[in-house]
Each structure stands twice: as structure tokens, then as C-alpha cells.
Design a protein around this ligand. Structure first.
Ligand code: SAM
Length: 282
């Protein structure tokens, strides 16, 4: 069965009485080459446990199941569970969890499914756009033991993630992801590659989770508090925007001086290393 086709999706809708829920971001992928690119980029092998987020009717799950040792797919929509059982019937290495990925304890699932080798885990997904940032931050900040996260997201969000200092799109999300990961652009996906077509274009990124963060920080909480304050008022100079951390102005100015950063600069011009130096001097 070709799951990448409008006629199959319509057949499934009719047979299972399933209706696409716009509120759950149900835009199904129609381009097989994108699925291959995602699975190739994730470098899935028979030793891997893959966690898939939002399998939909199983188009990506099917390709992952062919390559991986084990697949756990988390799908929120109850009406898609019988569909997935049908489309993935030929595989016995797939388990579907009917739940909200933002509410399940992925760390616990990984420990249960993969007690021997917790690092041999990969996360993939064609995410509904509204959960992209929460799911990425959740995976990275809670230390979910995954080697990589290969996900489709709105193109504008991908651009924010890969942005460099000095660019208008460089912000707290760029710093957070680049702190934990090496980022690779996999493929751009136009809106007409989905059914129904969403209003925006997409892009797949692979986030390779590093053994240790890209910069050394003494206190991760302070580092991220500075990033949040700096970008919270990004038009203000650092000497002003950083005041919202609650740290006294003299201390901020002294730390900026020790780190060799002009207090008149704005957060969007700082590299991760400069944020780290500033945080460590405080
Ligand atoms: N992977 C399929 C594909 O590529 O065609 C479907 C992708 S569709 C953009 C997003 C999927 O995520 C839908 O099946 C939707 O029901 C599911 N979903 C939405 N919110 C979710 C959540 N919080 N937790 C788990 N799945 C969710």
C-alpha cells in the first residue's frame, strides 16, 4: 500500500471513519523522497530504538520499522490507533503509545525498552508545528538519552535554530539548540508535499546531541537566565536587558568588562562562547 498518496489517505478516512484534525496539525506527508531523506539522515540501524513522535497514518513509521531494531511511536489521536495497526501490520517491532508526547515520560520509556544501551536511541518525527519548540527543549533540557533528533518543522523555526549571531533570526532557541547539539539541515519541504497542504513550508533538521555542551558553563541555569533576559528585550543594550535577571547593574557591568563585551551591544550579537564567558564571570 502506498501511504504517500492522497487516494490512500482518502481510503483510510473512509474505511476507518477518520477525519483530519486541523487542531492536531494533521498534515500528512506525500513525498516518499522526504521520508527516505529523514531515515537516511538519522542513520537508523538494526541496533537502534527509535522514538517517533506523531506517526499519523504511519508513513514514516513504516520506513523506520524496516530499518530499526525497535520503534515506539507516540500518537495523541485515538482514532489513528486502529489505522496504525492496519498500516504497520507486517511489522512486529513497532509499539504504539496513544498519548500526548508532552505528557509521557520519554526517559522512562527509553529505560524500559532499552535498559542495556540507553544511548542507542534516535528520535524522529514530522511534528505538529505547535509542539516543535516544547518538544525540542523538553528532550534537550531533561537529558533524554538520545543520540539525535531528526524532525520536520516549520521552515521559519528551522531558520531560527540554525541562525548565527548577528542575524535577525538568532535568538534564545538558536542558543538553546546549539548549546546541546550540532545542527544539520537535511531537506526543505514545500507545503504542497502534504495533504492537506499547510499554510507554511517546512524543513527537516537533524540535531546531533553532543556528549557535552558546545561551551563550558559553571552554572547552566544562570547561562540560560542571561540568554532569556538578553533576548526578552532584544532591542535593548545588554547593560539594560540583563537587569531583568535581578542581578545588580554594577555586577553586570563588571562581568561584561571581564568578558571583554561592550555593554552597548545587544544579545543577538553575542556568540555562545561570549554568553558562556559572561555567565562564568558573574
Ligand atoms: N508522521 C505523519 C506524516 O508524516 O504524515 C503525521 C504527521 S502530522 C504533521 C502530526 C501528527 O502528530 C498527527 O498524527 C497528530 O495527530 C500527532 N500529534 C499532534 N499532537 C501530538 C502530541 N501532543 N503528541 C503526540 N502526537 C501528536
Amino acid at each position: 500500500m502506498d501511504l504517500c498518496s492522497v487516494s490512500t489517505i482518502k481510503y483510510i478516512q473512509k474505511t476507518f471513519g477518520f477525519k483530519n484534525a486541523k487542531s492536531l496539525g494533521q498534515n500528512f506527508l506525500l513525498d516518499n523522497s522526504v521520508i527516505t531523506s529523514m531515515a537516511d539522515a538519522a542513520e537508523i540501524t538494526g541496533d537502534d530504538l527509535v522514538i517517533e513522535i506523531g506517526p499519523g497514518i504511519g508513513v514514516l513509521t513504516y520506513e523506520i520499522a524496516k530499518r530499526a531494531g525497535r520503534v515506539v511511536a507516540v500518537e495523541l489521536d485515538k482514532s489513528l490507533i486502529p489505522v496504525l495497526k492496519y498500516t504497520l501490520a507486517e511489522y512486529n517491532n513497532v509499539e504504539i503509545i496513544n498519548d500526548d508526547v508532552l505528557k509521557v515520560d520519554l526517559k522512562k520509556i527509553i529505560e524500559e525498552k532499552n535498559p542495556e544501551a540507553p544511548r542507542n536511541v534516535k528520535v524522529l518525527g514530522n511534528l505538529p508545528y505547535y509542539i516543535t519548540t516544547p518538544i525540542i527543549t523538553d528532550l534537550l533540557e531533561n537529558g533524554v538519552p538520545t543520540e539525535s533528533i531528526t524532525i520536520m518543522m516549520q521552515k521559519e523555526v528551522a531558520e531560527r535554530i540554525v541562525a548565527n549571531p548577528g542575524s535577525k533570526t538568532f535568538g534564545a532557541l538558536s542558543v538553546a539548540v546549539q548549546f546541546y547539539c550540532e545542527v544539520e539541515r537535511v531537506v526543505e519541504v514545500p507545503r504542497d508535499s502534504f495533504f492537506p497542504a499547510p499554510k507554511v513550508d517546512s524543513e527537516v533538521l537533524k540535531l546531533r546531541v553532543l556528549e557535552k555542551p558546545t561551551v563550558d558553563v559553571n552554572d547552566k541555569e544562570r547561562f540560560f537566565a542571561l540568554v532569556k533576559a538578553g533576548f526578552g528585550q532584544r532591542r535593548k543594550t545588554l547593560s539594560n536587558s540583563l537587569l531583568s535577571t535581578g542581578i545588580e547593574k554594577e555586577k553586570i557591568l563588571a562581568a561584561l568588562k571581564c568578558a571583554g563585551i561592550d555593554p552597548m551591544r545587544r544579545a543577538e550579537t553575542l556568540s555562545l562562547k561570549e554568553f558562556a564567558d559572561l555567565s562564568n564571570h558573574l
